[in-house]
Structures are given as C-alpha cells and as structure tokens.
Write a protein that binds this ligand. Structure first.
Ligand SMILES: Cc1cc2nc3c(=O)[nH]c(=O)nc-3n(C[C@H](O)[C@H](O)[C@H](O)COP(=O)(O)O)c2cc1C
Length: 199
C-alpha cells in the first residue's frame, strides 16, 4: 500500500468540462504506465472508514475481450470493441479484512463487519460506486477518455471473471483516446437553481 502522489497537472476544465463520455476510440494504445496512473489517482477518492472496496480488472487482450463483450448489452458491444482497454469495476464485499491496516484508528471495525455481511455488502457497493466516479475522473486526469457503462449482464460477468470470489461487478469503463465523432453532443445539465438549495 502506498500513498504515491501523481505529479500530473490537470485543470478542472480538463476533467469536468472538456473531456466527456466517449463512445468510439481512435485505436491509439494505452500504456501500463497510464493504467497505473489512473489507479494511483483514483485510489485517493474518499470512502467510508477508508474501506476502499473498489477492485479493477483492465481487459486489454483479445482473449479477455472475447470473454467480456458477449456479456455486454448489444448496443454497447461495438463501443468496447473499439476501446484499447475496458476496465471492469467491482465491489469487494470482503474489503473489511484490510481495515486494521487502512483504518487502524477504528478498533473493532473488522470484527463488526465480519459478523454483519448484509451491512458489509451495502457499504461495499456504495463506496465502490463512489470510487467509480473518482475512477472516471482519474481516467480523464491521466489524459485519456472514458466511456462508463452499466448495460451488461452483472451475474454473467461475475461468473466469468469473479467466480468463487467476493467481488461483484458494478460498471465497465471503456478507456482510450476518443475518435473524431466519438462523443455524443452534451445533453443539458441541471442548473444551480434547479439542483441546489441555499439555506
Ligand atoms: C453509471 C453509468 C452508466 C452508463 N451506462 C451506459 C451504457 O450502458 N451505455 C452507454 O452507451 N452509455 C452509458 N453511460 C453514459 C452516459 O449516458 C453518459 O455518461 C451521460 O449521458 C453523460 O454524457 P457526457 O459525459 O457526454 O455529458 C453510462 C454512464 C454512467 C455514469
């Protein structure tokens, strides 16, 4: 476990405004160093109890794609086939075994969650989702484009990639360099006045 800090300098505009959901990729490869940078940034997403339940499988090989793509919704398959890397994001429902190291101040947390698998599964899912948001922004911060998707057969992906483990898939993210025309136009976002209450 490390707290290595990435030195890449990116602006809020790069991450939130300029880069947006990618559906088609230009075929340029993604390096191991870029994949490492994505994780090294995403890992700082805050999580409850510093539990960090997110686990990632980067699918790059043809063999890996052949296992994954048939499990995607038909309308999503060409998107993943055009991406040099497809990340499978999963929640580790046994994340709590790391708590004595990742949160040494919280005495008894591991033992509490050992005895409460239902609560553990909820915390794992909620916080893996939170980390997934950080992961998407980390892809952009690493200078790449992301296409997050939930249109897939979760049970099928779990059986194919996570059989016999405590991991449960939550999302796939296509990663690469967006092709010309590989974004859809932005749809409207709710404005401050629609989404925010000032008290
Ligand atoms: C959790 C999640 C699930 C999504 N699932 C799909 C999907 O199954 N297929 C797809 O084409 N796009 C999917 N999208 C893409 C969204 O429609 C897209 O990110 C959103 O409309 C914002 O687009 P923008 O970044 O271009 O503004 C998903 C996005 C998220 C965050």
């Amino acid at each position: 476990m490390t707290n290595q800090v990435d030195q890449a300098s990116v602006t809020a505009t790069d991450i939130f405004t300029d880069r947006h959901t990618a559906y088609g990729f230009d075929g340029a490869p993604v390096s191991d160093a870029e994949l490492a940078r994505i994780y090294e940034l995403a890992k700082f997403t805050p999580t409850a109890m510093n539990g960090q339940p997110l686990r990632v499988v980067f699918v790059r090989s043809e063999a890996g794609k052949q296992r994954l793509v048939p499990l995607l919704a038909e309308g999503n398959q060409a998107k993943s086939l055009s991406a040099p890397v497809v990340a499978i994001l999963a929640a580790d429902t046994e994340f709590h075994v790391n708590l004595p190291v990742t949160n040494p101040q919280m005495a008894g947390a591991k033992e509490w969650l050992d005895s409460d698998p239902d609560t553990r599964a909820v915390i794992a899912a909620n916080n893996a989702w939170l980390q997934a948001g950080g992961f998407i922004l980390a892809v952009r911060a690493a200078g790449l484009d992301a296409g997050p998707m939930t249109g897939f057969d979760n049970a099928g992906v779990d059986a194919e990639f996570f059989d016999g483990t405590a991991l449960r898939s939550i999302m796939v993210v296509n990663i690469g360099h967006v092709a010309d025309g590989g974004n859809f136009p932005r749809n409207p976002r709710l404005g401050f006045d629609q989404a925010v209450t000032l008290l």
